[in-house]
Design a protein around this ligand. Structure first.
Ligand code: AMP
Ligand code: ZN
Length: 464
C-alpha cells in the first residue's frame, strides 16, 4: 500500500487518488528570467522520479508544470536587457526545457504560461470579487484573508501583523489589511499590461497556480508539489483562492521537497555560491547529479558541495562497471534460481521503501545489496548469460523512473585529433586565453566529449 506524507496533515497517509487509477499532479514551475539553478534541478528531478514511479505503479498521471513568465523579476530583468518579457520568457523557457531534457526529466503533459492564461486568471479573480473574498483598491485587487477561515491550515502559520504574504514588499499598496495579498496589479508605466474589469494590469503571482490547476486539472487535484519554500505564503494563498471559490478541498496531498543550499548557505549571487544548471553541467555528468538527488529523501534539505558530487561520481562509476561486466558475460547454461531469488528480494524491498513515502535512500540499499550478492556469486560460481540478463532486466525496469543507469558502453577512446585539441586547450588556459579555450570545450562537447579541469590537469570522458 502506497503511503504519502502530506504536508497538510503532517502525517503519512495511505494514497488514494480522487479517481481510481488516475492522478492529477501539479508542480510549481520556474520563473523564467535566467538559466535554471541546481535548486530547480533538485526539485524537478525529485518529483520526476516520483511521477515516473507512480507510472511504474500503473497509475495514469497527468503532470502539469507552470511557467511563470509574468513577474516582478521578469519585468526588472527584461528592462535591464532592453527586451520584452515575452522575449525573455521565450528564451529562458526554451533553455529550461533543454536543461530538463539533459537531466532526463520527462516532459510535463502541459506547461501553461501566465501570458497565455490571463483570461482564466481574470475569470477566477472575478469570482472571488463576486464572493466578496476579494476587493478592489486604487492600485489593484486583493484577497481578503480574514474572510477565509481556514487560512494557515497548510503551513500552520497564523496571520500576524507585519506579514505581507507576497514575495515582494507590498507595504506601499493601500490594502485594508496587511496580510491581504494581491491578485491583480493595476498597470504602472513600462510594465506589460492586459485589459481587465479593473482596467489595464497584470496578475499577482499566487493566482496563476489556482487558475492553471482549474484549467488543466480541475477544481480538485491529487498531488501538489513544490519546494518547502513555497508552503507559505504561496501554497497557503493557492488554497485560500481555490477553496474560497469552490468550497471544496483543493488538493488531497501536498508534497514539499527539501530546499537545496550550497556549502550550507542559501544560494545567492552576492555570496558567490549560486550555481546554474549550465554551470553545473560544465563539470558534472547529468547522470551523476541525478544519482546524487536520487540518493536523498525528497523531503530532506540538501547541502550541495563538490565533495558530495565526487562521492556520487565514484559510486556511480562502480555501478556502471558492475552493469558493464554483466553485459560482457557470455557463459552459456541455464539460469541459477538463487539469482532470481536475489532479484525478487531486491524488487520487493525496493518497492516497499518506495511505497513508504518514496524513501529512496532506503530503497537504494536493496540495489547495492543486489550488486554485492551478484558480484559474490559471479566470483564464486560464475554467472551465465541468462543470469546476467535477468539482473540487467531488473535494473532496466527500475531505470524506467530512476533514469540513471546506462546499458550500452561506448569505447572510451579519443582520436589523435581530439587529444591534440585537449592539449591545445590546456595551453590556451595557461595563457589565460579563456574564450579560445572555451570554444574548444564547446566543440568537443558537441561530439559528446566532456572535460573536467582538475588540479592534475584536464580529464575527459565521453557522454553515455
Ligand atoms: P522559482 O523559479 O523560484 O519560482 O522556483 C521554481 C520551483 O523550484 C519551485 O517549486 C521552488 O520551490 C523550487 N526551488 C527554488 N529554489 C530552490 C532551491 N534552492 N532548492 C530546491 N527547490 C527550489
Ligand atoms: Zn505555484
Amino acid at each position: 500500500m502506497l503511503k504519502v506524507k502530506n504536508t497538510l496533515t503532517a502525517k503519512k497517509e495511505p494514497f488514494k487518488p480522487i479517481e481510481k487509477g488516475k492522478i492529477r499532479m501539479y508542480v510549481c514551475g520556474p520563473t523564467v528570467y535566467g538559466p535554471g539553478h541546481i535548486g530547480h534541478a533538485r526539485t524537478y528531478i525529485a518529483f520526476d522520479i516520483i511521477r515516473r514511479y507512480l507510472e511504474y505503479r500503473k497509475f495514469r498521471v497527468k503532470y502539469v508544470v507552470n511557467i511563470t513568465d509574468v513577474h516582478d523579476d521578469m519585468i526588472k530583468t527584461a528592462n535591464e536587457l532592453g527586451i520584452s518579457i515575452f522575449e525573455l520568457g521565450k528564451k529562458y523557457s526554451e533553455e529550461f526545457f533543454k536543461e530538463m531534457k539533459i537531466l532526463k526529466v520527462k516532459q510535463a503533459d502541459v506547461y501553461p504560461r501566465v501570458t497565455e492564461e490571463i483570461d482564466e486568471i481574470i475569470k477566477l479573480i472575478e469570482k472571488l470579487v463576486q464572493k466578496k473574498l476579494a476587493y478592489e483598491t486604487d492600485d489593484g485587487v486583493y484577497f481578503k484573508v480574514e474572510k477565509f477561515s481556514d487560512y494557515g491550515k497548510l503551513s500552520g502559520i497564523k496571520i500576524e501583523k507585519g506579514k505581507t504574504g507576497t514575495r515582494i514588499q507590498t507595504d506601499k499598496y493601500e490594502k485594508n489589511n496587511v496580510q491581504d495579498f494581491v491578485l491583480w496589479k493595476k498597470a504602472k508605466p513600462n510594465e506589460p499590461a492586459w485589459d481587465s474589469p479593473w482596467g489595464k494590469g497584470r496578475p499577482g503571482w499566487h493566482i496563476e497556480c489556482s487558475a492553471m490547476n482549474f484549467h488543466h486539472l480541475g477544481e480538485q487535484i491529487d498531488i501538489h508539489c513544490g519546494a518547502e519554500d513555497l508552503s507559505f505564503p504561496h501554497h497557503e494563498n493557492e488554497i485560500a483562492q481555490s477553496e474560497g471559490v469552490t468550497g471544496k478541498q483543493f488538493v488531497k496531498y501536498w508534497m514539499h521537497s527539501g530546499f537545496l543550499n550550497v556549502n550550507e548557505k542559501k544560494m545567492s549571487k552576492s555570496l558567490g555560491n549560486f550555481i546554474t544548471i549550465p554551470e553545473l553541467l560544465k563539470t558534472t555528468d547529468p547522470r551523476v547529479f541525478r544519482f546524487f538527488v536520487s540518493g536523498l529523501h525528497y523531503r530532506s534539505p540538501v547541502n550541495f558541495s563538490a565533495k558530495q558530487i565526487k562521492k556520487s561520481e565514484k559510486t556511480l562509476k562502480k555501478l556502471d562497471s558492475f552493469l558493464k561486466r554483466l553485459t560482457e558475460i557470455k557463459k552459456t547454461g541455464s539460469e541459477n534460481k538463487k539469482v532470481n531469488v536475489l532479484i525478487e528480494n531486491a524488487k520487493k524491498g525496493f518497492e516497499k521503501e518506495m511505497d513508504d513515502d518514496f524513501n529512496l535512500p532506503n530503497a537504494w540499499a536493496y540495489l547495492f545489496e543486489l550488486e554485492r550478492e551478484t558480484n559474490k556469486m559471479e566470483q564464486e560460481k560464475g554467472l551465465t548469460k541468462k543470469d546476467a540478463l535477468n539482473v540487467l532486466n531488473f535494473f532496466k525496469k527500475i531505470n524506467s523512473f530512476l533514469d540513471i543507469f546506462q546499458f550500452e558502453f561506448k569505447e572510451q577512446k579519443l582520436s589523435q585529433e581530439e587529444m591534440k585539441l585537449i592539449k591545445k586547450r590546456e595551453n590556451l588556459r595557461k595563457e589565460k586565453k579563456w574564450d579560445e579555450a572555451d570554444n574548444i570545450r564547446k566543440l568537443l562537447a558537441k561530439k559528446g566529449i566532456l572535460l573536467d579541469d582538475t588540479q592534475k590537469g584536464t580529464k575527459w570522458r565521453k557522454e553515455a
